[in-house]
Design a protein around this ligand. Structure first.
Ligand code: GDP
Ligand code: MN
Length: 303
């Protein structure tokens, strides 16, 4: 049939509401992926948000490990997209980075060394921005950032977070491990990038070179920020909210309008902050505040 030469979209018709399933809102799940974990994929498939409303976007580094991860991911995507209709996603994009990753190893110890952080997180920012700017569509209502090593979330993650109706919202990222003393399964905080600012951190920043970054979770740099990681309590109030100044990106739900307004992941020190923490700062400058859910947990892979 005839096709109009111009496709018109009224962004006012793309709703972003606390009831995204009822309103048929499209969610873009974005994952930077250095390694493929089957547990991540199984958890993703288990999300009970209608898959026809979920678009997936991945970006992988162009190195040997990235090649292996791409092959594994591609195989799983093919299987799902050719399988039963109800499991199929709306669309899937797999991208390879067009810039080199820093040569630092992907091992947890090496990754987390303080002197590696600026280069590593700058590179992560570029990967996230590249993925975001190539996949954010006119129909996207929500962007869920989900790291490739998040192996366990509630199946209702998307609708649970969206129900809070916040521009940026982060669950608390923990890690399961076996306690060497008791031999029992236990859990500990993993992501320290979700925090409330402190006067000390502000003073550190004030004295810093604008090209330096403040890092969280390092003994050498005591910031006295309040970390969401430590705000979890035993209560059953899963939906308690706390205001945040910095956010981690292991799992992070963002209203697409926040990104459309121009908030991205600064690959350079922005107010002495970088990547996801810089993103929260930039969003705030645009008038969008971040919220955390200390008692709502998602779990990071344990290497
Ligand atoms: P950490 O958990 O804070 O130590 O950070 P990760 O190393 O797990 O990185 C965060 C996310 O980015 C994970 O999903 C990784 O698989 C992914 N990732 C790590 N390095 C790279 C990279 O160089 N390129 C891309 N595209 N993704 C990466
Ligand atoms: Mn990780």
């Amino acid at each position: 049939g005839d096709r109009s030469p111009v496709r018109r979209f009224n962004l006012n018709n793309v709703t972003i509401t606390p009831d995204p399933i009822e309103n048929q809102e499209v969610v873009l799940i974005l994952t930077p992926m250095a390694r493929f974990y089957q547990e991540y994929w199984d958890n993703l498939l288990n999300l009970d948000y209608p898959h026809e409303l979920i678009s997936l976007g991945f970006i992988l580094p162009k190195n040997k490990e990235g090649n292996a991860a791409t092959a594994a991911l591609q195989a799983q995507v093919t299987k799902v997209q050719k399988g039963p209709l109800k499991n199929r996603f709306r669309s899937v994009v797999i991208e390879r980075q067009d810039f080199d990753s820093p040569i630092t190893s992907q091992d947890e110890g090496e990754r987390h060394k303080m002197e590696n952080q600026k280069v590593r997180r700058s590179s992560m920012s570029r990967a996230r921005n590249s993925l975001l700017f190539t996949t954010l569509g006119v129909e996207t209502s929500w962007v869920l950032w989900l790291d490739a090593d998040i192996v366990e979330t509630p199946p209702s993650l998307i609708q649970d977070l969206a129900a809070h109706d916040k521009p940026l919202i982060v669950p608390n990222c923990y890690q399961r491990y076996t306690d060497p003393e008791t031999g029992k399964l236990a859990e500990r905080p993993y992501d320290f990038n979700s925090w409330q600012d402190s006067p000390t951190a502000q003073e550190i920043a004030a004295k810093m070179d604008p090209d330096d970054i403040i890092l969280e979770g390092y003994r050498e740099m005591a910031t006295y920020r309040s970390l969401m990681a430590y705000m979890a309590d035993q209560g059953d109030e899963q939906h308690i909210e706390v205001p945040l100044d910095g956010v981690g990106g292991t799992a992070l739900l963002v209203k697409a309008d926040v990104h459309r307004d121009g908030a991205m992941f600064p690959p350079f020190p922005f107010y002495n902050l970088i990547e996801t923490e810089g993103f929260a700062k930039m969003a705030k400058r645009l008038g969008w505040a971040a919220t955390g859910l200390p008692n709502y947990k998602v779990y990071h892979y344990n290497e």
